[in-house]
Structures are given as C-alpha cells and as structure tokens.
Write a protein that binds this ligand. Structure first.
Ligand SMILES: [Cu+2]
Length: 138
C-alpha cells in the first residue's frame, strides 16, 4: 500500500478497504489491526478497558507486535508477540532466531486491562516507520 492509500485508510477510522488478494487466507473480519508491508492499519486504534485487540498479518512478510516498555502506562502488563517480558529481550530473540514472528496468515492478540496509551513497534520494520498505538479508554 502506498502512503496515500495508507492515509486514506487511516482516515476512515473503520474497517480497511482491503483489496481482493490476501496472503495467508485472513479476511478483514478476522482482526482489528492489519499488518501490511511496513505499517499497522490502522496505525492508532482505540478500545475500552478490558478489550482484546487482534492483529492479523495480511501481508506477505513476517512482523512483530512489541510494546515499548518504557512508554506503556505504569503498572500495565508488558505485551509482545513471542511472549517476551521486555523490548530488549524481544529484540535479541528476533535477531537471534526470528522469535516473536507473526507470519503471513497468523494473528496475535492482547487484552488491555489498564487505560492509557500503548505505543508498540514491529522489530524488523521499526526503522521504516512501522509503529502503532493502542489507546485504551476508561
Ligand atoms: Cu513489520
């Protein structure tokens, strides 16, 4: 998806206008946040406290969902695909063995029990701007 299409998709604030060809057999009802080449779609996603958010890899390459551990609300549970306890470990495991990879067609989910702002990243594509935020409301 190019930058303009991405912005158009974010602007809708609802389900993405996914085009016909989906890798891995996921359809847009299977997840809340899609993962394309270098982006989470939508980039920012708001849910009420206690809600489970589902990410789906509807692209053609592997991604991670990895929280920035210093930036999530105080007392909130850390989350990362692969189940790691902090960002440093998640990065080490990714570069060592591809740990935490969400392959095309796979989903990852996390339940948010505390309100606040949860920035997260994709380890292999952070440098290309693959960063997202979950906003958990009271
Ligand atoms: Cu990625």
């Amino acid at each position: 998806m190019d930058r303009r299409a991405f912005l158009a998709a974010v602007g809708t604030g609802t389900a993405l206008p996914l085009s016909g060809c989906l890798d891995g057999g996921l359809s847009d009802g299977d997840f809340d946040i899609g993962m394309s080449q270098n982006a989470y779609l939508p980039e920012e996603y708001e849910v009420p406290t206690g809600e489970t958010v589902v990410w789906g890899n509807n692209g053609s390459r592997g991604h991670t969902v990895t929280a920035y551990d210093g930036l999530i609300p105080e007392g909130a549970a850390y989350f990362a695909s692969g189940g790691y306890d902090d960002l440093e470990t998640a990065r080490e495991e990714w570069y060592a063995s591809g740990g935490g990879n969400i392959a095309p067609g796979e989903i990852y989910e996390n339940t948010f029990e505390l309100p606040g702002r949860y920035p997260y990243l994709c380890i292999p594509h952070e440098s290309k701007g693959m960063i997202g935020t979950i906003l958990v409301s009271d």
